[in-house]
Design a protein around this ligand. Structure first.
Ligand code: PPS
Length: 570
């Protein structure tokens, strides 16, 4: 019983070849067509090879895929809720046939596994979205990946593992299912409750996990996901460092942490069942399942994709097949009068409780405000503050966009000087003309080249922002979609302020400092923005300024005031 419980499907898979066979396979693989695995596929293959996805022995064939989508079972009848598929592009799929052998490599070209192709098929993605996620709404990150990122062809077949994916971080916290099972045996842990998390843990999590383990008289395994989680989550380095700090707050010898390199799909109920199977394979006997487990947030109409207890209900329905027990997660709230946490459902409605939502926590971090000790442990907060400094210490990008001659460069230069006067961060200017001289010297003015130019500027700006600096960009950037990409690139690391320099074209043309408008009118310069090439004005910029009405000094000052109101300077 206990940690000696059987893996899902009866046998723990280990798809790695022995040392000699692996060396021989590596030799042979030189002749095989080679596929570079995506980040998501790297996560999947690691868990296939080490048996975390037992009883799977490879990526799903069409028959397996159909059965999993439609019935949540493999053709053998074993419960399996999530299609684990290998999507490839048509160029790669075209020459393959059923019985081809392919090499699967990591992004650096290291051979991870080979696969004998048993099945090549084009999935009906909207049916997959409906059956697995219950929706085709692309607000769902799992659906968005399936529709927009996953390739059109799937190939399935059995894997032969050659080398485990390499990780350079937290090596001491990474275990295969067999290693974790062995550890439980060594420690004498017969009952183990797993806690799945993609977030740093605070006091409420510590309380609920401690109580869950105590209630079922088990040890606790904190099993955070370090593969791919919901876009916008705290990065896994911070997540793990925060959890390391919290481990000291459990009674000694009761609790351990191990990392799970899983690529989450945020599929709510189906995902909960999948998580349970994985934990069973790692030797756990119980899984804590919370309110809205693996929930993807709200749909395009602002409604939640799944009901708060859908995941728990599906777990109950699948209980007989699962053979790992669910410990329903109880919402813990802080009762001020008693100075302790209590399960919300045990309290009378009039009892005064305190809570800080995720959004409120982010606001307090951003603004450098107090995070009370009843909410989190000071060492966890200190860890979070390291990677989430208050806004006035984060990097940011000011992105000017507008026609040639609109005054972008003049205002950008004035702003740069004012920011340098304030000091505290390095300022980098990425002016259109200057970038074209150094970074994009080979590019012209076709849509393709302009997009490439702006992507490059965006990439550099995002790196500067990530490292706490200020990037001021001043290209024309005529296309809305490209500007949106730049915003997304930068906003993952810091602030983004789009300033539309909306000086009317008549004024720009009248100024014609470089004589370009005259040449464009005469047809000497082709594809000239505003004359013979489009400019898509921003719809929702943070600021819009017209330099025919204000001096550069005043305009730059207005930008500064805006930055101050957003909290980036003080
Ligand atoms: S873009 O569209 O964002 O890639 O353009 P950008 O890199 O900002 O370069 C614009 C500067 O190049 C000069 N120039 C032209 N602009 C627009 N259209 C055409 N065909 C063109 N040919 C040369 C022009 O001087 C622009 O500089 P600014 O500072 O905007 O006047």
């Amino acid at each position: 019983m206990g940690a000696f419980k059987k893996p899902h499907g009866g046998e723990l898979k280990n798809l790695y070849l022995g040392t000699e066979a692996a060396a021989a396979e590596k030799q042979r693989s030189m002749d095989y067509p080679s596929w570079d695995l995506t980040a998501r596929q790297m996560c999947d293959i690691e868990l296939l090879l080490n048996g975390a996805f037992s009883p799977l022995e490879g990526f799903l064939t069409e028959a397996e895929y159909d059965a999993v989508c439609d019935n949540m079972r493999l053709p053998s009848g074993v419960l399996w809720p999530m299609p684990i598929t290998l999507d490839v592009n048509d160029t790669f799929a075209e020459p393959l046939s059923e019985s081809s052998i392919i090499a699967l490599r990591d992004p650096e070209g290291v051979l991870i596994a080979t696969m004998t192709v048993e099945s090549i098929y084009r999935p009906d993605k909207s049916r997959e979205a409906k059956t697995v996620f219950g929706t085709t709404d692309k607000k769902h990150p799992g659906v968005a990946h399936l529709m927009d990122t996953a390739h059109a062809t799937y190939i399935g077949g059995k894997l032969r593992g050659v080398e485990a994916p390499i990780h350079y971080d937290f090596k001491h916290l990474r275990d295969t299912p067999q290693e974790l099972r062995d550890r439980f045996v060594k420690l004498g842990w017969r009952k183990v409750v797993a806690f799945q998390t993609r977030n740093p843990m605070h006091r409420a999590h510590q309380e609920l996990t401690f109580r869950a383990a105590r209630d079922v008289e088990a040890n606790l395994l904190i099993h955070p996901v370090v593969g791919m989680t919901k876009p916008g989550d705290v990065d896994h380095f911070t997540r793990v460092r925060c959890i390391e700090k919290i481990l000291n707050h459990y009674p000694e010898q009761t609790t351990a942490m191990s990392l799970l390199p899983l690529a989450m799909r945020m599929a709510g109920p189906r995902e909960a069942v999948w998580h349970a199977i994985i934990r069973k394979n790692y030797g756990c006997t119980h899984l804590i399942v919370g309110r809205d487990h693996a929930g993807p947030g709200n749909d395009s109409n602002g409604e939640p994709f799944y009901g708060p207890y859908d995941a728990q209900e599906l777990m109950v329905q699948c209980a007989d097949d699962l053979d790992i027990s669910m410990v329903p997660f109880r919402n813990m709230v802080y009762v001020e009068d008693q100075a302790q946490y209590q399960p919300q459902d045990e309290l009378a409605p009039e009892v005064k409780t305190l809570n800080i939502s995720g959004t409120e926590l982010r606001r307090r971090l951003q603004e450098g405000l107090e995070i009370p000790e009843w909410f989190s442990f000071p060492e966890v907060v200190a860890e979070l503050r390291k990677t989430h400094p208050p806004r006035h210490r984060q990097g940011f990008t000011v992105f000017f966009t507008g026609l040639s001659g609109s005054g972008k460069s003049t205002v950008a230069n004035a702003l740069m000087v004012k920011l340098m006067e304030i000091g505290g961060r390095h300022v980098t200017m990425l002016d259109g003309d200057v970038v074209r001289k150094h970074l994009s010297s080979e590019l012209g003015f076709s849509k393709e080249h302009r997009d490439l130019n702006i992507q490059r500027i965006g990439y550099v700006a995002s790196e500067i922002t990530k490292n706490g600096g200020i990037a001021i960009c001043a290209p024309i950037a005529p296309y809305a979609a490209t500007r949106k990409n730049v915003r997304a690139m930068v906003e993952q690391y810091g602030g983004f302020l789009e300033v539309h320099v909306a000086t009317p074209i008549e004024v720009c043309e009248q100024r014609d400092r470089k004589g370009l408008y005259a040449k464009a009118r005469a047809g000497i310069i082709k594809e000239f923005t505003g004359i013979s090439d489009p400019y898509e004005a921003p719809e929702n910029p943070e600021m819009s300024i017209d330099t025919s009405e204000l001096t550069p000094d005043l305009t730059a000052h207005r930008v500064l005031v805006k930055l101050e109101s957003m909290g980036f300077i003080r």
